[in-house]
Design a protein around this ligand. Structure first.
Ligand code: PGA
Ligand code: ZN
Length: 434
C-alpha cells in the first residue's frame, strides 16, 4: 500500500516552479521493505485552451504569480488523505480516486499538476516494488518498441524570441533499425546545423526545447537550412531523415479577424502576412511538395474542426496529421476527431489530462481507431524521464522530446538508451510510416 506521500515545489527548465512528488509504498516498516519514488511535472507554454488546469498561486510577489504551493498543499493534504493505505499496484483505481477527489472535468479543483505528480510517482514506486523497469510495469512483458524521435532542432513561435512563426521544425531518423544509431544521426545533423548557422553569422543560441532559434525569413528558408544540415551530415533527406513540423497554429490564430497571423514573416518582409484556413492548407501542401515533410502537428487551430476535416482530406493520405491542442490527450475530444475524420494521429502529453491512466486510455483509443500516437514532453520540462518509459510501454513508435541538447531533453534520450540496452536483442526500432 501507499505509506507516505510528500510534495514540494521545485524549478522546471524555464526556471518556473513546478510540483515534485515522492511516494513511498511497501509492507512493513518504511525503510526496510519500503520503496520511495519521485516524479516531476512538466509545463507548457503554447497550452491548448481545453487542457486540464495547471494550478498556479497567482501571488504576484512570488515567482511572478507562477508558484505552485497550492498544488503542493493539495497533494500533502487532500490527496494524501484519499490515497494513503490504498494499493499502489492498482494504478487505475488510484487515478480514479484522484479524479473523484478533484471532482471536476478539468482537474480544476486540485490542479492537474497535483494529480499528475502523484499518478506518476505511484506508477514508478510500484515498478520499484515489483523490481521491474517502469516501461515494463506500464507496458507489460511485450513492451519492446523504441520510439522514433521527432527532434525539434529549430525553435520558433512562443518557444523562442525570433522571427520563426511555426513553432517547431523537427527531424525524424527513419532510415535505421536501431535507436542508438537514430540518436547519433540526429545529433550529427544538429551539430552540422549549428556550423551552417555560424558560417552565415546567424544566432546559435537555443530555444526552450534545445533547438536553435535564429531569425529566419520564413518557413521555406528554415526547411532549406535543415535540408542542408541533413545533406552535410551525409544522410538522404526523405529516405533516411524525414521532417516534421508543429505549427502550433492556435498561437497564430486571430479570432477577431478569423485569420492566421505570421508576425515574424511580416517583420522580415515588411508587409503583414495573413493566411485563412484554406490558405494554410495550401501553404502546407506546397511545403510538403518541396520538402520531405512526413508529419504536421496543429496545422490549424483548436476550434477549427471543419478546417481539420479539409486538411485531412487534402493531406491525410500522405502526411501524418497530429492533433495536440485539438485533442489535448482527452478521449472526448479524440472521439470527436475520430468520428469527424479530423486527423490521423494524436500527441500525448500527460499533464494535458492529469493522470497516467487517462493518458494510456487516449493512446489505446487512438490505436484502436487506426490513429498513430506520439508521446510528448512540454516546453517546460524537468530531469524526470518518465515519458521515455511511457513511449516504450505504449509502443507508440514516436516520441517528441526536443533537440539533442539541454539535459532535461537528453534525460529522455539517455533513458531510451538505457532501455535499449536493457531490452538487448528484443529491442525494436521501426519506421512508423512504412
Ligand atoms: P508546449 O509546446 O509544451 O509549450 O505546449 C509543445 C507543443 O506544442 O507540442
Ligand atoms: Zn504542439
Amino acid at each position: 500500500p501507499i505509506r507516505k506521500i510528500h510534495a514540494r515545489q521545485v524549478l522546471d527548465s524555464r526556471g518556473n516552479p513546478t510540483v515534485e512528488v515522492e511516494v513511498t509504498v511497501g509492507e512493513g516498516v518504511i525503510g526496510i521493505n519500503g520503496y520511495t519514488a519521485r516524479a516531476m511535472v512538466p509545463s507548457g507554454a503554447s497550452t491548448g485552451k481545453f487542457e486540464a488546469v495547471e494550478l498556479r498561486d497567482q501571488e504576484k510577489d512570488k515567482y511572478l504569480g507562477l508558484g505552485v504551493e497550492k498544488a503542493v498543499q493539495n497533494v500533502n493534504t487532500k490527496i494524501a488523505e484519499a490515497v494513503l493505505g490504498e494499493n499502489a499496484l492498482n494504478q487505475m483505481y488510484i487515478d480514479q480516486i484522484l479524479q473523484y477527489t478533484d471532482g471536476t472535468d478539468n482537474k480544476g479543483n486540485l490542479g492537474a499538476n497535483a494529480t499528475l505528480g502523484v499518478s506518476m510517482a505511484v506508477a514508478r514506486a510500484s515498478a520499484m516494488a515489483m523490481r521491474i523497469p517502469l516501461y515494463q510495469y506500464l507496458g507489460g512483458c511485450h513492451a519492446s518498441r523504441l520510439p522514433v524521435p521527432m527532434m525539434n532542432i529549430l525553435n520558433g513561435g512562443c518557444h523562442a524570441d525570433n522571427t520563426v512563426d511555426l513553432q517547431e521544425f523537427m527531424i525524424m531518423p527513419l532510415g535505421t533499425d536501431c535507436f542508438p544509431e537514430a540518436l547519433r544521426m540526429s545529433a550529427e545533423i544538429y551539430q552540422h546545423l549549428k556550423c551552417i548557422l555560424r558560417q552565415r553569422n546567424m544566432n546559435t543560441g537555443v530555444g526552450d526545447e534545445g533547438g536553435f532559434a535564429p531569425d529566419v525569413k520564413d518557413s521555406r528558408q528554415v526547411l532549406e537550412l535543415i535540408m542542408e544540415a541533413i545533406e552535410k551530415s551525409g544522410y538522404q533527406p526523405g529516405k533516411e531523415i524525414g521532417i516534421a513540423i508543429d505549427a502550433a497554429a492556435s498561437e497564430l490564430y486571430d479570432e477577431e479577424r478569423g485569420v492566421y497571423v505570421f508576425p515574424g514573416e511580416s517583420q522580415m518582409t515588411g508587409e503583414e502576412v495573413l493566411r485563412d484556413s484554406g490558405e494554410m492548407i495550401h501553404y502546407y501542401q506546397t511545403l510538403a511538395q518541396d520538402f520531405p515533410v512526413v508529419s504536421l502537428e496543429d496545422g490549424l487551430h483548436e476550434d477549427d474542426w471543419e478546417g481539420w476535416k479539409n486538411l485531412t482530406k487534402a493531406l491525410g493520405s500522405h502526411l501524418q496529421l497530429v492533433g495536440d491542442d485539438l485533442f489535448v490527450t482527452n478521449i472526448k475530444r479524440l472521439g470527436c476527431g475520430i468520428r469527424l475524420d479530423a486527423a490521423n494521429a494524436i500527441l500525448i502529453k500527460v499533464n494535458q489530462i492529469g493522470t497516467v491512466t487517462e493518458a494510456l486510455d487516449a493512446v489505446e483509443m487512438a490505436h484502436r481507431a487506426g490513429y498513430r500516437s506520439v508521446i510528448s514532453h512540454r516546453s517546460g520540462e524537468t530531469e524526470d524521464p518518465f515519458i521515455a518509459d511511457l513511449a516504450v510501454a505504449t509502443g507508440a513508435g514516436q516520441i517528441k522530446t526536443g533537440a539533442p541538447c539541454r539535459s532535461e531533453r537528453n534525460a529522455k534520450y539517455n533513458q531510451l538508451l538505457r532501455i535499449h540496452e536493457h531490452l538487448g536483442g528484443l529491442a525494436i526500432y521501426q519506421n512508423p510510416f512504412s
